[in-house]
Design a protein around this ligand. Sequence first.
Ligand code: ATP
Length: 374
Amino acid sequence: MAEIQLVNVRRRFTAPPSGGSPFARANQSFTGPVAALDGVTLTIPNGKTCAVIGPSGCGKSTLLRVIAGLDADYEGDVRYTGEDVRHLAPGDRNIGMVFQNYALYPHFHGENNLRFFFRVRKAPDAEAEERIRITAEIMGVGFNELLQHKPGILSGGQQQRLAIGRALVRSPQLFLFDEPLSNLDAKLRTQTRIEIKRLLNRFAITAVYVTHDQEEAMALGDQIAVMRAGRIEQVGNYADLRAAPANAFVAGFLGRFPMNLLERVDASGALRTLPATLPIPRDRPLIVGVWPEDLALNTGSSPGVHLAGIVDHLEVDYSRRIQYVRVRTDAGPLTVADAANLRLAEGERVTVELPGNRLFFFDAESEECVGRSA
Ligand code: ATP
């Protein structure tokens, strides 16, 4: 059990990554020194899971490597329950790590993959036996079967189960996951996600979970940290982030269909048509944000800003009975989440209605959220 704390952590790279295949190196475009972590301060409470999301290259893996001790070339502090761990090697931190590529020992059977940790520590056989037995019990149906085989003959999902079991067998104080499900197909991803959630709930082990998949982050993270260019832009649970995004970047990143951000609607004077009683900051240029779910099409009756546009693209989500309608307007493109039974065709003229009481306002320069009528 551990509370993880990062205080003003910085990690700069001044040269391109070494290693990897010559082909991979030839394809790298290194444009100069990069601040992979640029003053990261973050606390993950004991027993909680922090999911880390952000665009490619924003520093998610570097963050994980620094917490694990795999990268010790950083400034600032990393603490486990108050203790500075800079001097501790990764192997001495009592961490269970699960990677995208499973990282199993290919020449060992499943059981020896689990046993390896105890061998290295010269632990008594009885202790290893007991921990493997408990782990198999926790991992549930079919896990014992996996222990009998070498990884090469197991499916991706089975290998990842084995890798999770190997992380668990050592009773870690901290779990680190680096995109563990991204090599699995959609069905297996969901199944394994449920399994991971069950484990995290049952043992309340502190965990950091790096992912590109926001559904995964939402399902597993007690808190979600949104990163951009080495910085943490906001931390909170998914509902809080959606209800109050700190800035236009977070609003425009969250969800498969993120918040619509209109840069020209303010200048067009359209906001002046809204009641003066709405709390709209009127002293500066604004970016106006509105979630796709809060927009309406063609009702003609609701009060608010009405924008004429043309349907550009339609995407139906049958499971949620919603269609996402991309509309081109003079104020910029907008995505509207609308009832799926609406009959619409690409190229059709529509009116999009921005309800005056569901708007977010971001400073056009700093992009900070400066108010909302929601
Ligand atoms: P992705 O989602 O694509 O895996 P990420 O968010 O995990 O990306 P990192 O892998 O942490 O991002 O990389 C952050 C930045 O640091 C990137 O610009 C990357 O090119 C750079 N970087 C990472 N590792 C090294 C290294 N060993 N040497 C040089 N630059 C590196």
